[in-house]
Design a protein around this ligand. Structure first.
Ligand code: PXL
Length: 275
């Protein structure tokens, strides 16, 4: 069985970061090892959330694992707390990167043209350095605009996305994927570039007019789980994009209209039964 280390916060209530990564990676048949970077009462879209930083645990946990000779097939990072933590995570990459370990970085820090409340440009710089250490990065357009210094646009064409992918590629990861890319009216999806074959890959599905928290984490966790099943990155991205869109659709039909996260629990059986 493949073993995936995922490093992100645990928002006790909110269906995002570790409360998505852990069930999804497990359901897709890999062992999920977690490293919580902070404990929050809820995710940061709630008011008055509590947050306990766990930075002082990262070093000792890593040292213990090293002494146990633990190895990982993938290391997947999402929302991290502070610029200082990113430095600690970089060290974990160095300590636990084996010959075939896939390093997957989702530089969660911004959306819709804006940084999340906790972050500033120093955090952007550190996240860019983290992306340089990865094999696969999956920023959204806002995160990529902050990291590359390109203007953030809501209306754009394929040339803009390709230029962004070229700039992301220059950071160092072999595969750069932009999420939330809409190349036609009514569509959304991903566009990626693989330095090894020099090819772009585009996948578009129907755009659903709803924004839910945690959908980026659902996308990334699904990608990682599918990669561990031996899928190509292109198949993993396609499956993850379809699964995320389908889960949003199902959530919208819930008469209770949950606002803080998607009903992935209802759709997981379909994901795991995919051939
Ligand atoms: O889904 C990304 C995410 C993860 N963790 C926390 C967040 C967010 C997005 O805002 O607040 C704590």
């Amino acid at each position: 069985m493949k073993r995936v280390l995922t490093i992100q916060d645990i928002s006790c209530l909110g269906k995002c970061s570790l409360t998505i990564a852990l069930p999804v990676i497990s359901a897709l048949g890999s062992e999920a090892v977690i490293l919580p970077t902070a404990v929050l009462s809820t995710h940061t879209m709630f008011k008055n959330f509590t947050c306990k930083d766990l930075s002082d645990q990262i070093g000792p946990i890593g040292e213990h694992w090293k002494s146990e000779g633990v190895e990982f097939d993938a290391i997947y990072t999402g929302y991290l707390g502070t610029a200082e933590q990113i430095g600690m995570v970089k060290k974990l990459f160095r300590d636990f990167r084996g010959k075939d370990t896939v390093i997957f970085v989702d530089p969660v820090m911004a959306d819709n043209g804006r940084l999340y409340p906790a972050f500033d440009m120093d955090y952007v710089k550190k996240n860019t350095e983290l992306c340089a250490e990865a094999d696969i990065i999956v920023p959204n357009i806002t995160e990529a605009a902050f990291m590359t210094g390109m203007e953030y646009k809501e209306e754009y064409d394929e040339a803009y996305i390709k230029e962004m992918l070229k700039k992301l590629n220059a950071f160092g990861a072999r595969i750069s994927v932009l999420t939330g890319v809409s190349l036609e009216k009514g569509k959304t999806g991903v566009m990626g570039y693989d330095r090894e074959d020099g090819e772009y890959y585009v996948y578009q599905n129907d755009r659903i007019d709803a924004a839910y928290h945690g959908t980026g984490d659902l996308f990334s966790s699904t990608c990682v789980g599918e990669l561990m099943k031996g899928r190509s990155w292109k198949d993993a991205m396609r499956i993850a994009a379809d699964y995320t869109a389908h889960t949003i659709e199902v959530t919208l039909k819930n008469p209770k209209k949950p606002w803080y996260g998607v009903d992935f629990e209802a759709t997981i059986p379909e994901l795991i039964s995919l051939e």
